[in-house]
Design a protein around this ligand. Structure first.
Ligand code: NAI
Length: 335
């Protein structure tokens, strides 16, 4: 039976990397049907709003979306569309895997295989209490951490470890200074960890974690942390493995899941056929895992690795001279 997914082509390099990704998915003959929906600048131009109700309805109906990056116009009155989507569907778990691939421009060849599990709905990103005094001298912001939010994200990380055969979860925090917010997260994480005696658990303060990631990334398996720390740590991991074109992100809720690349719309290279579609393709692989097609997900990942190994039509960020579509065709030929 065919499964319909919502496809959001997005802004900037979005349409190019989505074309490339759908080319590869079509070559896999998965029985997927696509329902296109608009968001971001493309939606603003067509429908006069950044996140039309029809797009939300399509995602709600299909429960699965594959999304290219979106531009949030800079200026007052526009909150991030990505944050809005995560809030609307309560997509509490942001799962960002980073692993070393062959033939990238990574500074450190090697042994990175870390999944960052980032709390996606609370912390510093709730958008509440943002104020600045009239004289422009003092700014404030509210951070919110709840027991419920902490418990479900930590549990998600441990369940992910169990279901993927991973051995260790590192809880990253700053409870020594942020005693209430990070303190509550750590307290709840310790309680949840006690329910998973089969999975090793350690704790690390976020600044030390950043240094350890650069010095000895092989000690990490799954990292679970709050919203802001997770955002920064996953980009650090992207840097370790050779760039943003290699990291996907799944946004998972109880009902709906949205799969994407971690990078943005790359306006500097948009429309030039230079963008690496790899991160969105890896996001599609996460999607295939999620919809119960892990063999197909592995088939797709293997084809990506084989293409990197062969250095066939790699895009410029990987040191090659292939176009977005050349690279996608090279991957499709190795499925
Ligand atoms: P960016 O990720 O778009 O670009 C940073 C650098 O990485 C640029 O030099 C770009 O050319 C390069 N790059 C990014 N993706 C690439 C790819 N697939 N292949 C090759 N090179 C790639 O970050 P930036 O410039 O900070 O943001 C641009 C726009 O993207 C902003 O409007 C921002 O709001 C939006 N954005 C959207 C996101 C989303 O929809 N999930 C996430 C992050 C940013």
């Amino acid at each position: 039976m065919s499964q319909t997914i919502t496809v959001i082509r997005g802004d900037g390099i979005g349409p190019e990397i989505m074309d490339a990704t759908l080319h590869v998915l079509d070559a896999m003959d998965l029985g997927l049907a696509y329902e296109e929906a608009d968001a971001g600048l493309a939606a603003l131009e067509k429908h006069g709003e950044l996140l039309p109700a029809a797009t939300l309805e399509s995602i709600r109906r299909n429960k699965i979306a594959l999304k290219s990056p979106l531009t949030t116009p800079v200026g007052e009155g526009f909150s991030s569309i990505n944050v809005a989507l995560r809030r609307h569907f309560d997509l509490y778990a942001n799962v960002r895997p980073a692993r070393s691939y062959p033939n990238t421009l990574a500074r450190f060849p090697g042994d990175v295989d870390v999944i960052t599990v980032r709390e996606n709905t609370e912390g510093a990103y709730i958008g509440e209490g943002q104020s600045i005094t009239e004289d422009g001298e003092t700014a404030t912001l509210i951070q919110k951490v709840t027991r419920k939010g902490s418990e479900r994200i930590v549990r998600y990380a441990f369940e992910l470890a169990r279901s993927t055969g991973r051995k260790k979860v590192t809880v990253v925090h700053k409870a020594n200074i942020l005693k209430t917010t990070s303190g509550l997260f750590l307290k709840v994480a310790r309680e949840v960890a006690g329910e998973y005696p089969d999975i090793e658990c350690n704790e690390m303060i976020v600044d030390n974690c950043c240094m350890q990631l650069v010095m000895r990334p092989e000690q990490f398996d799954i990292i679970v942390t709050t919203n802001l720390f997770g955002d920064i740590i996953s980009d650090l991991c992207a840097g370790l493995i050779g760039g943003l074109g290699l990291i996907p992100g799944a946004n998972i809720g109880h009902e709906v899941a949205i799969f994407e690349a971690v990078h943005g719309t790359a306006p500097d290279i948009a429309g030039q056929g230079k963008a690496n579609p790899g991160a969105l393709l890896l996001g599609a692989a996460q999607m295939l895992d999620h919809i119960g097609k892990p063999d197909q997900a592995e088939r797709l990942r293997k084809a990506i690795v084989a293409t990197l190994e062969a250095k066939d039509s790699l895009t410029a960020d990987l040191g090659g001279s292939g176009s977005t579509m050349d690279y996608a065709r090279a991957i499709a030929s190795r499925l």
